[in-house]
Ligand binder design. Structure first.
Ligand SMILES: Cc1cc2nc3c(=O)[nH]c(=O)nc-3n(C[C@H](O)[C@H](O)[C@H](O)COP(=O)(O)O)c2cc1C
Length: 231
């Protein structure tokens, strides 16, 4: 079917979903460089839960990632590592501290280094995303709300459930594992939902991010050339 000369082959394209059988590939990012970081502990707890649920998990260590400079440091090994992990992934988990009512710069810096598209390659588009935060005060949702906005910007499928661990200094054991609590139950719920959404959408990622307005210029160029050639 064509609309304004642009192809809409939705039925045929949608036939390709649900074929993968490999473990869902989940990339976890966290937003702190502290030795005793609760957002990292939360990220690692999520990683253990996801592994038990059958995912293949990679956790990116942001230590040494340069401050985003819009390309100058693109050859840096940490930038390359982050980008290739995102390309490999089918889903993400982002775990940020709340700092001054917002996400940590360490968290935002990682997102800024992942391009929306590198020619035809799209390292985040169509991936699932779960957002989590830790804070020192009472329960708050500023960081997860900001990460939802960022997920939209990166054209990711941000799942409805989320985790916000208040007074995080009370919630972890000395070995970094999370104490049993309703906060931990929520983390399990969020990871389960992430797995469900990833199974449902991963094979449809290309189908879901295919946009009329991005196909249109190519068609317009062809039409323009055809028009010129016909004169
Ligand atoms: C500069 C700064 C700002 C902070 N702002 C907030 C805040 O707005 N709300 C809050 O609940 N906790 C706030 N905190 C507490 C942190 O969220 C808490 O210490 C958290 O565990 C830090 O993350 P990390 O352990 O992964 O390094 C702030 C801490 C710092 C150092």
């Amino acid at each position: 079917m064509f609309l304004d000369g642009v192809k809409f082959d939705l039925k045929a394209a949608s036939g390709s979903v649900y074929s993968s059988t490999h473990a869902p590939r989940i990339l976890i990012l966290y937003g702190s460089l502290r030795d005793k970081s609760f957002s990292r502990m939360l990220a690692e707890e999520a990683g253990r839960i996801l592994t038990q649920m059958g995912a293949e998990v990679r956790i990116f260590n942001p230590e040494g990632l340069p401050v985003f400079d819009n390309g100058k440091s693109v050859e840096n090994s940490k930038v390359q590592e982050l980008r290739s992990l995102s390309l490999w992934s089918e889903g993400h988990v982002w775990s940020s501290p709340e700092l001054h009512g917002n996400i940590a710069a360490v968290m935002k810096n990682q997102i800024d280094w992942i391009p929306l598209a590198m020619d035809a390659v799209r390292p985040t588009q169509g991936r699932t995303l779960a957002v989590m935060e830790v804070s020192g005060g009472s329960q708050s949702f500023n960081a997860v709300n900001t990460m939802r906005v960022l997920g939209r910007w990166m054209r990711m499928i941000t799942i409805p459930n989320q985790s916000s661990v208040a007074q995080a200094f009370n919630e972890f054991n000395e070995d970094g594992t999370m104490k049993p609590s309703s906060y931990r139950d929520r983390v399990v719920d969020v990871m389960e939902e992430l797995m469900r959404f990833t199974y449902l959408t991963r094979d449809a990622a290309e189908f879901l991010v295919d946009r009329y307005s991005e196909r249109k210029p190519a068609v317009s160029n062809v039409s323009y050339k055809a028009l010129k050639d016909s004169k």
